[in-house]
Design a protein. Structure first.
Length: 141
């Protein structure tokens, strides 16, 4: 995530606006978007400060702890959708497939579409299939 602008910069920008510089000119001078300028003006008006508001965590993960780890161990063979249905059936909480994806990533699990099949294996299979088809054609000719 990008780091916010410093309080010093915020103060300098708003000071120039207070001195009469237009928002458009400040936008070009400081390379800051107009919506950011509006946000800082509203922030100063509401709180009297230019300090950024504390960031809050938007997602509360209900898929943490030993219960979830045990669940994942038991349902390791399932797709994410099947895990969501099983979790709803067992825990009574309906969660999205993306919630399971994020939680599994947090545990270090990966969900590969073709487990154990790499490009080299696919290429080898392709070469073998081509050779077999060629031999079959030679036998029939």
């Amino acid at each position: 995530m990008a780091k916010g602008h410093s309080i010093d910069l915020r103060e300098r920008v708003l000071r120039t606006l207070d001195e009469g510089l237009s928002k458009r000119a400040a936008h070009h001078l400081f390379h800051i978007s107009r919506s950011t300028l509006d946000h800082w003006l509203a922030l100063r008006e509401q709180t009297g400060s230019l300090a950024p508001r504390p960031m809050r965590r938007t997602r509360s993960c209900q898929l943490e702890g030993a219960v979830f780890q045990e669940f994942v161990r038991r349902h390791a063979h399932c797709t994410l959708g099947e895990m969501a249905v099983a979790w709803h059936r067992e825990q009574g909480v309906l969660l999205s497939v993306m919630s399971f994806s994020r939680a599994l990533r947090g545990l270090g699990w990966t969900r590969k579409k073709r487990v154990g099949v790499t490009r080299s294996v696919i290429a080898t299979r392709s070469v073998i299939a081509t050779r077999s088809a060629t031999k079959r054609r030679e036998r029939t000719s």
